[in-house]
Design a protein around this ligand. Sequence first.
Ligand SMILES: [Zn+2]
Length: 210
Amino acid sequence: MTPHHHVSGELLTAYAAGTAPEAIALFVASHASLCAACRARLAAEEAVGGALLGAIAPAPLNDLLARTLARLDEPVAPAPAPPPRHAVLPPPVMRLLGGEPTWRRVVPNLEIAELPVRLNGNPAVLTRLAAGSVVPPHTHAGWELQLVLSGGYQADDGRFDRGDAHCADPSVSHGFRVDADAPCVSLLVREARIIPKTLRGRVFCWFTGA
Ligand SMILES: [Zn+2]
């Protein structure tokens, strides 16, 4: 299925330039692995970056030659092995994990698996919400980036399925309901904890640490 919700041009540019924080780079790479349109946008960004580098005046030949000769004696690093294939988790996530995630149940309808990258101290996580789960209305104190990896949900700000990037900044308030027929697995990267808008939401946050 072709995703309908994409990462912003700002995030793609930061990723292509190598300036995105590691957790955001993981998010962009994971979305791009599921989205041909964003892979094409990234290739275009990288082509522009390469052209700009090519336009920089070359180093004097003697200097360049000396550095090239010096590197001939350096051992060649082996190419990294490709990550194990997974039916749900994209290659950038599998490259980090190396195998199945370790799920931890935080409430009856929610399991999470922490990933070894953080944004503002908040770990990137995989979330698995049971079919029919409701995430109460909330807003945000920073960016919240959610990539759907299996299943889907209907949110106040749209419909989200596998490959869709659900990006919310502090101006966005929303809640969502997972489809009744399947659990929903997502990659979640965020700058700050969410701000619940209801008593039920506060209880949800208290129990889940969301
Ligand atoms: Zn995309």
